[in-house]
Design a protein around this ligand. Structure first.
Ligand code: TYD
Ligand code: MG
Length: 452
């Protein structure tokens, strides 16, 4: 038996070393070198026939032709929006996300609804398990082929036979290639198998969708260069206890990265949510104290989100503060601002904050709604349901302007809101609209507008 060869790889940039060192000399990261078993053989796997091996020639940019054919619409509007109009031929897409979030479901659903010959390669589930999943989903495409295989050589043999128009790999961490001896999921295997698939995609103009696992800190497992190698990186996120899922773009060579798709997990698969604002605002007959609605933006998509606050007298010595879907440090800061700058005595009160729908919001424009919800709960006076808020709150208690205010006002108007509170310093086009734009510059202004 041949002696096992091992070598050392940097988990960040994929550089190879003969011995372990503490700091990668090429990317300067510390502690990223790991040892892996390898055994190089000469042959590569994806060998195309001579017809595609034409020599490349430089062209003027004006001479390069673009045809609309280059994108394949997936029939899944949210995914198409995120991709910028569909899958680009010959591109490689990487979809990452927590286990159980619905990556396999989403891609299987796409594979079943698209009118193309799709080869779905699974290294995680058996053919009958996939069939069981497909039975639950509404879409049916008899052209979708399922293969359970983890060796790239066998996958390519199947591909040559089937000639699929789209290839799906679920997941890249389960694949292994014969050319190296490392175990599946190791850095060298992931790098090698991805390189083979990318070569295949570029040479045959077949789009390849890779599903990838993520590590506990939320990065796609494997070397960082994996993300550099592929054309599109999407992240599927959401709270597993809630039904909403957000599809975000981390990288897109063919479109914007600020688009996002929203889905709802149902018993029959993922439903595309076209108007997220409607489902994020809870339906009720009368206004309740402690709730306020914010006109936020997720990427470039406007979202009306409900903020709920509960302020009550602290039972124990130290008042409790908790926030779901909102940064707790920022909540503490806003409470300090209310205390110091606006004179509200919240120091001895418990404050609980919740963003409905299990959504996590980073947009600073939600600050004013948070403040309004806290004040409303503290005063025990409801804010009318037709009011909404969009402004950042600064440390001096000032109401600060935010970006894309026109878009937020428009969304609020579209959904039937009567009043929107924005910063006095925000510049927006003052055209006639059904919504009343209230300009505020200090927390006191908001308070006097709402509760007197
Ligand atoms: P899955 O796609 O297997 O997740 P991943 O591939 O990201 O690990 O999603 C599995 C979860 O989705 C599982 O907890 C069950 C749920 N689910 C539904 O609620 N409805 C459905 O129709 C399907 C297929 C799955
Ligand atoms: Mg899966």
């Amino acid at each position: 038996m041949a002696k096992t060869k091992t070598t050392f790889f940097c988990q960040n940039c994929g550089s190879q070393y003969a011995k372990w060192i503490g700091k990668c000399t090429s990317c300067n990261e510390w502690n990223t070198i790991v040892e892996e078993v390898i055994q190089k053989e000469e042959k590569r796997t994806w060998k195309q026939t001579s017809s595609v091996k034409k020599t490349s020639k430089a062209l003027k940019i004006s001479e390069i032709e673009l045809n609309a054919e280059d994108r394949i619409a997936t029939k899944n509007n949210e995914l198409d929006r995120v991709l910028g109009g569909g899958l680009v031929k010959g591109s490689v897409l990487l979809l990452g996300g927590e286990p159980g979030i619905g990556k396999s479901t989403l891609i299987l659903q796409v594979a079943l609804s698209i009118a193309k010959k799709v080869l779905y390669v699974s290294g995680e589930e058996s053919q009958s398990q996939i069939k069981m999943r497909a039975e639950r989903l509404a879409n049916k495409n008899n052209d979708c082929l399922i293969l359970t295989e983890t060796k790239t050589q066998n996958i390519f043999r199947n591909i040559e036979e089937i000639q699929p128009e789209i290839v799906v790999i679920d997941s890249i961490q389960t694949l292994h290639t014969d050319t190296i001896d490392a175990s599946p999921g190791s850095i060298s295997q992931i790098r090698e198998t991805t390189a083979e698939l990318i070569k295949f995609a570029k040479e045959t103009s077949t789009p390849v969708i890779l599903i990838g696992h993520i590590t506990k800190d939320g990065h796609i497992a494997g070397p960082k260069i994996l993300e550099h190698m592929v054309d599109v990186v999407l992240q599927f996120e959401g709270d597993r206890n809630h039904t909403y899922r957000i599809l975000r773009t981390q990288k897109n060579r063919f479109g914007s990265t600020s688009e996002l798709g929203i889905y709802e997990m149902q018993s029959v698969g993922l439903r595309e949510v076209e108007n997220p604002s409607e489902i994020l605002i809870s339906q009720k007959d009368e206004s309740l104290s402690g709730t306020a609605i914010s006109a936020t933006l997720e990427g470039i998509r406007p979202l009306m989100i409900e903020v709920q606050a509960l302020v009550s007298t602290a039972v124990y010595g130290t008042p409790q503060r908790s926030a779901t879907g909102y940064n707790i440090k920022r909540l503490n800061m806003l409470l300090a601002v209310l205390e110091k700058r606006a004179g509200f005595r919240l120091g001895a009160k418990d404050v609980f904050l919740n963003i409905t729908g299990g959504i996590k919001v980073d947009d600073p424009a939600i600050d004013l709604a948070v403040v309004a919800a806290i004040l409303s709960s503290n005063e025990d006076e409801a804010i009318p349901q037709e009011f909404c808020f969009a402004a950042e709150v600064g440390l001096a208690g000032e109401i600060r302007p935010i970006n894309r205010v026109d878009q937020r006002i428009l969304e609020a108007e579209k959904l039937g809101f009567k009043k929107i509170f924005v910063s006095k310093f925000n510049k927006f086009s003052k055209k006639k609209s059904a919504i009343d734009v209230v300009l505020v510059s200090k927390i006191e202004d908001v308070f006097s507008n709402l509760f007197t």
